[in-house]
Write a protein that binds this ligand. Structure first.
Ligand code: SAM
Ligand code: SF4
Length: 322
């Protein structure tokens, strides 16, 4: 197990495989980069050297993300390599779900255990706005329902709270929460575009849910997965999670680092501190060499991010991996 200089054990690495995405969510990726336009992707062999270094440091869990990870051209080859090596006890992916229906079974067969799927709106018009695309609600709903039927250990839904929702929309959302056997989490909007925080706040959102469900949300003590979500039980018995990185800092228990699709180790989502790793791989460094280097770099992690006072990170969300 490797620790940083604030005595936090690092146990989880998030790997952004590509900057490419087929959506343009307004809070994440206003510009367009096509699947063909990123020229500095890592090969599966390069990722495996870097991930072996993390394995040697005692990391147990890997999450694949992006951009849209299903657009990484060698995804299946990478998963096959990870399955053969059995380095990690937990392999998961965050996806927008639009390309999942055809591939869910193969990904599951290749050892992908858990899926997080982004799902920000329940009506076609809002979904179009929130994805920057027309007509994707149906494919994403299909993707989610296929993932549920495929038998992944856990399917989670992520909903970013970019603005307050009407009571009517929240009622529709609650119907989906009741229908789908998933773990549903609400994520506070992080102002990556240099704009102001827009809410709703945790307290506002919780109050609206309590008003519309006619009961209180009961805090749960059980931890689910490796993330910072706080879970509550709705009056109907379903569990929902809240991730509020801006107003409730989780920095003191931050157990993760990130790898960007151009092969950099990023020490904090909301800070631009990065170190090149793929350059070492290309210069012939072994996994052991890289593990030593990573252990040193981790000591440079800051104690916390600057929350609402943060400077806009230079890398946008789609280039970091969420
Ligand atoms: N394309 C995949 C997806 O959308 O799930 C994976 C990458 S995406 C960058 C990872 C996560 O970051 C998604 O759940 C997305 O909703 C979230 N995200 C992106 N920009 C955000 C922002 N400004 N504030 C909060 N969450 C954000
Ligand atoms: Fe693409 Fe995911 Fe960002 Fe949306 S949140 S633009 S789907 S990377």
């Amino acid at each position: 197990m490797v620790k940083d200089s604030w005595n936090r054990t690092i146990e989880y690495v998030r790997v952004s495989l590509t900057e490419a995405c087929n959506f343009c969510c307004p809070y994440c990726r206003p510009e367009i980069i096509t699947a063909q336009s990123q020229t500095n992707l890592l090969s599966p062999a390069e990722w495996l050297v870097i991930l072996e270094a993390f394995y040697k440091l005692g990391i147990k869990a890997v999450r694949l993300t992006g951009g849209e990870p299903l657009l990484y051209p060698h995804l299946e080859e990478l998963l096959k390599g990870l399955k053969e090596r059995q380095w990690f006890s937990d392999i998961s992916m965050t996806t927008n779900g639009s390309l999942l229906t055809e591939r869910a079974k193969d990904l599951h067969d290749l050892g992908l255990q858990r899926l997080n799927i982004s799902f920000d709106a329940v009506d076609e018009e809002t979904f179009n706005y929130r994805t920057g695309r027309v007509g994707q609600l149906g494919p994403v709903v299909d993707g989610i329902e296929t993932a549920i039927a495929t038998g992944f250990d856990v399917v989670k839904i992520n909903t970013v709270l970019m603005e307050a929702m009407s009571d009517d929309v929240v009622r529709q959302l609650l119907a989906y929460i009741e229908k789908w056997p998933v773990v549903w989490r609400f994520i506070e909007y992080m102002p990556f575009q240099g704009d102001a925080f827009r809410g709703p706040t945790f307290e506002e959102w919780k109050a609206q849910l309590e008003r519309l469900t006619g009961g209180v949300l009961v805090p749960e003590s059980k931890v689910k997965g490796f993330g910072p979500a706080m879970y509550y039980t709705l009056p109907n018995g379903r569990s929902i999670g809240f991730i509020f990185p801006m107003s409730h800092t989780y920095c003191d228990s931050c157990n993760r680092v990130r790898l960007t699709s151009d092969g950099k180790l990023r020490l904090c989502l909301l800070r631009d501190d990065e170190a090149d790793l793929v350059g070492l791989v290309r210069a012939g460094a072994t996994a052991d060499d890289i593990a030593l280097h990573i252990a040193d770099i981790l000591q440079l992690r800051h104690e916390k991010h600057d929350g609402m006072d943060m400077e806009t990170p230079k890398r946008a969300m789609w280039r970091i991996g969420g």
